[in-house]
Design a protein around this ligand. Structure first.
Ligand code: PMP
Length: 433
């Protein structure tokens, strides 16, 4: 039996110098219990912790590692870039190439690079408020857009995992400018826009929610949002931080907007486009983006924005993420979804596997989930048992029932087999919980 002694020792030390021993809350295993594993190394589909245990990784750094860990070409490009200097505080070529790649794959005409998804959504909202001269923001319960003050209301991800009430630290007058509605509720949306549409700066949504588990937008829903915003002079912000360059080569937009012929006013990106480094972006129509300084008056800046190493890692990752890579990911995802469903059914565990493109998650209950209320009705205690059985069998899942499972192009037949072999035992543990 593998020990967790080294992880436990590091966790104890970490708790002295950092709140909860972590630098991002869900890493602390609060929802599932036990010792968070301190990882020492990643290679392809695998992570190895400080006690020497190796796991098939289904977290992928929460999305970025589309190609798997330490992809040789990404590592080589990063080494090469680092050798030429780590930050210049001037424009540099890699950021131009990365921006061109993003513009080529998505409906944006221009992008501004930033260092985190939080910065991207924060800046997109500021731009929307400046462009419309309005203050109100509409968001959906269960969607997470980073820890931006006005976007924390009824947020998903760690906020729901930890059951954090309200938004302590966010002034009431800030929270008062955010209207939170149930996802998929067209009636509520229509009512709110009819009542206060002339005060709404923007509606922001995850392009497909992934932070309350994965919920594919019902056909036409994003188009409905886009049209509703246009009708009322509000901007439609599609947050593709998680789905961008992940669910398809063109993100969630590749599944709806590109097919149906509409586009969001602003989009946000992160995760995959940084190749495991801190890089994110927001972008949209040129007329909107050129309201940003130095062309226009809307201020936004960053010491490390467009960092040459982060840009190189992201660019190399995107260039390697070909149609074949997405086809392989889709096949692996379909295989794994089927195997999970089969194991849970055999063990008599109520569940629904939901997906959009290559991204999926499991809901622990009998009914398909289409909004936050449905996600919160899950039997999350079953997930804790399932999670630990998988971990003991060498599979590293997200330590929360409200998160997507992330595959990479490095998850080959052997990695998938290791996961599939672990499933029946974990399903029985979930059934017994
Ligand atoms: N938007 C979405 C949809 C996300 O999933 C996340 C992170 N999980 C963010 C924004 C925030 O990104 P970051 O953690 O890089 O600040």
């Amino acid at each position: 039996m593998a020990t967790t002694d080294e992880s436990a020792r590091l966790f104890d030390r970490a708790k002295v110098v950092s709140p909860g021993g972590v630098n991002s809350p869900v890493r602390a295993f609060r929802a599932v219990g036990g010792v968070p594993r301190f990882m020492a190394q990643g290679a392809g589909a695998y992570l190895t912790d400080v006690d020497g245990s190796t796991y098939v990784d289904l977290v992928g750094s929460w999305g970025p590692m589309l190609l798997g860990h330490a992809h040789p070409e990404v590592v080589a490009a990063v080494r090469d870039a680092a050798g030429r200097g780590t930050s210049f505080g001037t424009p540099s070529e890699p950021e131009v190439l990365l921006a061109e790649e993003i513009v080529a794959r998505t409906p944006v005409e221009q992008v501004r690079l930033v260092s985190s998804g939080t910065e991207a959504t924060m800046s997109a909202v500021r731009l929307a408020r400046a462009a419309t001269g309005r203050d109100l923001i509409v968001k959906f319960a269960g969607c997470y857009h980073g820890h931006v003050d006005p976007l924390l209301a009824e947020a998903g991800s760690g906020v729901v995992t930890l059951g954090i009430p309200g938004t302590p630290g966010v002034p009431d007058h800030v929270a008062a400018d955010t209207v939170v509605l149930p996802y998929h509720d067209r009636e509520a949306l229509t009512r709110v826009f009819d009542e206060m549409g002339d005060r709404i700066a923007c509606l922001i949504t995850e392009a497909a929610p992934g932070n309350m588990g994965v919920i594919a937008p019902e056909p036409g829903f994003n188009a409905f949002l886009s049209a509703l915003c246009r009708r009322h002079g509000a901007l439609f912000i599609s947050d593709e931080v998680m789905t961008g360059f992940r669910v398809t080569r063109h993100g969630q937009w590749g599944l709806d907007g590109a097919v149906e012929g509409w586009m969001p006013d602003l989009l946000t990106f992160g995760k995959v486009m940084g190749g495991g480094f801190p890089a994110a972006a927001f972008g949209g129509r040129r007329d909107l983006m050129e309201m940003l300084a130095p062309v226009g008056p809307v201020y936004q800046a960053g010491t490390l924005s467009g960092n040459p190493i982060a840009s190189t890692a992201g660019l190399t990752t995107l260039r390697l993420a070909t149609e074949e890579v997405y086809a392989g990911l889709q096949a692996a995802s379909t295989t794994l979804q089927g195997a999970v469903a089969e194991a849970l059914t055999a063990a008599g565990v109520e569940h629904v596997v939901q997906s959009t493109g290559t991204m999926f998650s499991v809901f622990w209950g009998p009914d398909p989930v289409r909004d936050f209320a449905g996600a919160q009705a899950q039997q999350t205690w079953r997930y804790a048992a399932f999670f630990h059985a998988m971990l003991d069998a060498g599979v590293y899942l997200p330590p929360s029932a409200f998160e997507a499972w992330f595959l990479s192009a490095a998850h080959d037949g052997e990695a998938l087999s290791r996961i599939i072999e672990a499933l029946p035992g974990a399903a029985r543990a979930a059934a017994a919980a």
